[in-house]
Design a protein around this ligand. Structure first.
Ligand code: FMN
Length: 187
């Protein structure tokens, strides 16, 4: 039985988180890790469960992911499913849950999919990789939020990997339990 791990990303932090989750599930669940692109065709009927992840850019989660969810919410609602969002505001302890992270709260309120598991993870900054405009915008935003503004650091990672592992374990339990239940029904 296959599990879909579907993500969108800009600087690959969401991919890194998905890879960590995939690693956690290795040997237990058969996972397809796929980047969702504007022209991707994903057949959800091939999968027993789905985990979707995407990141914030200038206040919004991926439009491509939103469109995918809008087109597939009924199927997603009928299977074990989970969502996580990635942004740097989530580095703050009072803004790191789906209820307290405004981007995530708003995103989840706008969609008709109701994932059984939800999480928000703090992402990472790669100042030297950004173009001039993005680097200075992010630096200014970080300065306003009393965050890291040293643009010479190759990477500033806020991701709490133990939180990612905990989420992966919950996703496994949710998926495994429902797999057991559906195979018992088949008996
Ligand atoms: C141009 C740009 C805009 C961003 N806008 C926001 C934002 O509005 N709020 C926020 O919390 N994080 C913001 N971030 C931080 C990203 O969400 C963070 O870097 C995340 O790790 C990106 O994940 P990805 O590499 O998978 O796309 C922004 C980052 C960049 C480069």
């Amino acid at each position: 039985m296959k599990i879909l791990l579907l993500y969108t990303t800009h600087e690959k932090q969401t991919l890194k988180i998905m890879q960590r989750i995939k690693q956690h599930l290795a040997g237990k669940l058969d996972c397809d890790l796929i980047e969702l692109l504007p022209n991707s065709h994903i057949d959800l009927s091939k999968y027993h469960a789905a985990l979707l992840g995407c990141s914030i850019r200038y206040g919004f989660y991926s439009k491509v992911m939103k469109k995918f969810i809008d087109n597939n919410y009924q199927k997603l609602n009928s299977m074990p499913s989970a969502f996580f969002g990635v942004n740097v505001v989530a580095r703050k302890p009072n803004k790191n849950t789906p209820e307290t992270n405004l981007y995530t709260k708003k995103f989840l309120a706008k969609i008709a999919w109701h994932p059984k598991l939800k999480a928000v993870f703090a992402g990472a900054l790669y100042y030297p990789q950004y173009n001039w405009f993005d680097r200075n915008m992010i630096r200014f935003i970080m300065w306003l939020g009393k965050g890291d503004t040293d643009v010479t650091k190759p990477v500033i990672e806020y991701t709490d990997w133990s939180k990612v592992d905990e989420f992966a374990a919950k996703f496994y339990t949710e998926t495994y339990t429902s797999q057991e239940t559906s195979s018992q029904k088949d008996l």
